[in-house]
Design a protein around this ligand. Sequence first.
Ligand code: ADP
Ligand code: MG
Length: 895
Amino acid sequence: MNEATYCDILCQISDGVAVFTKDAQVKYVNDAFQKLTGYEKSEINQKIVSGGLFMAGNQGAMTRAEAAIASSSAFAEDVLVRRKSGEPLWCHVSIKPHYNEDGSLRHFISIYRDISAQKAAEGKAAEVEGNHRFILDNVLAGVVVHGPDTKIRFVNRLASEVLRMKEDELDGVPTSDERWVVFREDGSPMPLEDFPANQAIRKKAPVKEVVHGLKLPDDDIILWLVANAFPVLDEQGEVLEVLVSFADITRLVEAEREAQRLRQRFELAVHATQDAVFEWNVKTGQFWANDAYKKIYGYDPPESIHLDNLEDISAVEADHDKVRRTTLDAISSGKERYALQYEFRRPDGTTGHAAVRGFIVRNDTGEAERIIGTTTDIGQLTEANAALEQSEERFRIIADATSDVLWDYNFETGVTWTGQDWPAKLGVQYDQRHIQNFQWIEMVKPSERAPLIKSFQYAIKSEASTWEFEFTAESVAGEAIDLAVKASILRNPDGRATRILGNMRNVTKEKRNQEGYTRARALEAVGQLTGGVAHDFNNLLMIILGNAELLETTALDESQAQAVAMIHRASSSAADLTGRLLTFSRQSQLRAGRVALTNLIPNTVALLRTGIAETIAIRCDLKPGVWEANVDGNALEQAIINLAVNARDAMPDGGEIIISAENHTLSLHTEPNLLDLEPGDYVVVSVADTGQGMPPEVLARAFEPFFTTKDIGEGTGLGLSTVFGFAKQSGGYATIKSEPGHGTTVRIYLPRFGSGEVPEFSLPKPEHGGDRTGQRILVVEDEAMVRAHVEKLLAKLGYVVTAAADAQEALSVLHDDQAFDLIFTDVIMPGGMTGPQLGQAALRLAPHIKLLYTSGYPATAFESLGLDDLSNVNFLAKPYRSEQLQQKLATILNA
Ligand code: ADP
Ligand code: MG
C-alpha cells in the first residue's frame, strides 16, 4: 500500500490521527484530528500532539505520555484534553512507536478517539477540576470544592444561592469555621469529623447521601441538605481536592415532618373516634381495626377476612346476602367508594346497626387491593339523637315555662340567645330584638349602667366561673323594678371566656319582702323593749296616781289641792303614754269585735272636724258593700285620729284628708303576698292626704317608735308606731305610700268580721256592791311601795287587809288562816311562783276564796309570756284607779 492510499483511508475514519517523529516533527494529521482539536494542519506541532493537548486533563497523563515517547514505548489512556478553544474533551489517546525494517524508530502514530459521550454517561465529568464552571453552574446541585485542608476553593452558583453567601465570602473558609452549625437528621449537633467533606478527606473515599441540617450564619433558617462528597486523589493517593455536591431538601424534610405529624394526628383520631376504623387487604385477607371496633361489635377485630367468609363476620343471617353482594359488587365495579348497612349480633346477644363507609384502594390496573373504611354504630347514634332531642325539648319547655329569662351569649360568634317573650317575663317595655350586642343595657337605669359593665368585664377577665348583678329598670307601668342576673361563665383551657349562660329575673317582690321583713323584725325587737319599759313604768305610775288619789280624799288647803290635782293629771297622761307604748308593743288590751266601718268612720270624721282647721277638707270615701271588720273599735278610732293628726301636720297650708274603706281579698295564688298577711278577706281603711309627703329616709323609719321629724314638744314619734302595733295585733297590717310633694297614704288592713268568730264585744255593766264591811282581802305584791299603797287603798274602801310579799308568804298565811274572802295578787312575782299558781294552791286550801289578778302587762299578754291566758279570769290592769278597783271588787265579791 503506497502512502497516498494510506492517507486516503486515514482521512475516512472519525478518529483523529497524527503521525510525528521522535524529533518532534509532525508528519501527518488527518481531517478528523483537525476537527477534534480545532487546530489547522499548519498549526499543529509535535508539542500539541504529544503533550500540549493533555494540559486540560492532568499533569500526570502528560508526564506519562512524554516518558513513553522518550523511551519509545506505547501510551494509552483516557485523557481529558483541551481543544484549541480551551474546551475540554474526553479522548482515548493512544501513542505507539513504529519501527523501520532495520529496527530503528520510524515515527509515532497517535490516535485520538472522542469518548466524551461515553464519559458523560459515566458521570465522570463532575470529578474533574478545570474550566467547568459552565457545567457546574448549571447543574441542579450545589457544588463546593474543598482543598485537603477543608478550606473552600470553589462554589457554584446554586451553592452560593442556597448558602446565601457570595463566592468571595466563602472562599477559603474551612469546615471548622464556627459559623457553620450543622445538625444530624435527628436534630442533634453533627461533630466536625462527620461533615461530608471531612469524612471524604479522612476516608479518602466517596461519602454518599449524608443528610444534615445547616443553620445559616446570621440567620435563623435551618436548611436540610443531602450531600455527596468525592475526593480527588493524586498519584500517591493523597487528597488533592474534595468535591461536595448537595441538594436542598428543606422542603422535603418539612413535608416529611408535616406528614409525620398528620400521621400521628390520624392515629390519635383513630384511637379517639367512636367509629371503628379498619383497613382490609382484599388480596391477603389481612384485617386491622382500632379499639372502637370492639366497643361496637363486642369482640376483637378478626385478624383476617376472606371474600368467601365475608358474611359471617358478625352480620345477622338476614343480612348475610346483602353484606356479601354489596362488598363484592364494590370490589369488582371499579368504584372508589361504597357504603353498606347491616345488623349484627354481639357476643352478649344484643344487636347493633352498623353503617360502613369504605374507600377502595386500587392498583394501576384498577384491581382492588385494600379497603379502608369506618363503621359507625348508628343504633347508638339514633339513641343519642333521641336523647339529645329529648333534652333540647325539655330545655325549651323549661325555658318557656320558667318565669326567669334564660340566656346564652357566645363570645366567639357574638350572638346572644334568649327565650321568647323575655320583656314580658321581666315586666319591662322593650323590643326583644334588642338583646344583641349588649343593647339591652338601655333597659338599665342610666346611673347603674357603668357599674354593670364594670362588674361584667371584671368577671370575664378574672377566673370567675359565675357572674351576678342586680340593677334597676323601669317597668311597663313606669315604676322602678329590680332585676337580677346570675350566670355561669364557660372558659377554654387557657382561661378565655367563650360563653356565658344564665338567667335574669324580676326580684322586686323578693327584695321588697326582704326589706319589709327586716323592718318588721326591727320593730318587733323595739316593741319588746318598749313593752318592758312601759310595764315597769306602770308600776311606778300606780303608786304616784294612787297616792295622788289618796291625797285628794284628805283635807288639803287650796294650793295643796292644786298641786295634788296637777300630780294626778300628769300621772294620768303618763299612764296614757305607757298605754300607747303597750299598743305599739302589741301588749295593749284590745277587745276585737264586730265593727261597722260605715258608722265608725263618719263618727270619727265628725270628731276630727272639731279639732282640725277649716283650711283642711276632710272627705269620707266608703266603697259600697264594705265589710264589717273584726277589730277593737276604740283603738281603730284612735288610729284614724293619729293618722289624721299626722296629715294635718303635713299640710300647714291646707289640703284634703280622705278617709276611705274598701274590701280586699288576698289569695295565695293570684297575687304574691308582699304584706305580712295570711290569705283571706280584709277591710282596708286608709287615710290619705295631699301634704308634703315623706322622703325615702323618713319613710323607711316612720313606723319606728320615737322616730319623729317634729320639734320637741310637737311630736312624740309614737303616732305611726301605735297604728302599726294596733294593726298587727288585730291580725292585720299597715303600709305607707308616700313621696315628697305627692302626699301620703297610710293603709290599715283589718280582718273581715265573719260568722263563727269572736263574738261581739259589749262592755260589762257597772255593778254596785253592797255592804263590804269586814270582808277580808289578802294582798300579794312584791313591790313594797305598791303593796303599801294597795293596803291603804283597800283599807280606805272598808276592807280588812292582810299583805304578803310573794306567793310563799301568802300560802303560809293561808295555811294558818283560811278565812279570807278574796286574794288580790300580782301575776308575775319573784320566788318561782306566779299569781295564777298561787291562786290554784289557795283554792285547794280554801275553795271558797275568790281571786283577782293584777299586772302591768295586759291579760292577753300572758300567753306569750308562757302563762295561762288570763282573759277569762278576774283581772285588773295596772295602773288602775281606786274607782276601778272598787268596782271590780264589788262585782267579784257580790257575784
Ligand atoms: P310624730 O307625728 O309624733 O312625729 P309619727 O309616728 O306619727 O310621729 O310620725 C313619724 C314621722 O313620720 C313624722 O315626724 C313625720 O315626719 C312623718 N309623717 C307621719 N305622717 C306623715 C304624713 N301624713 N305626711 C308627712 N309625713 C308624715
Ligand atoms: Mg304623729
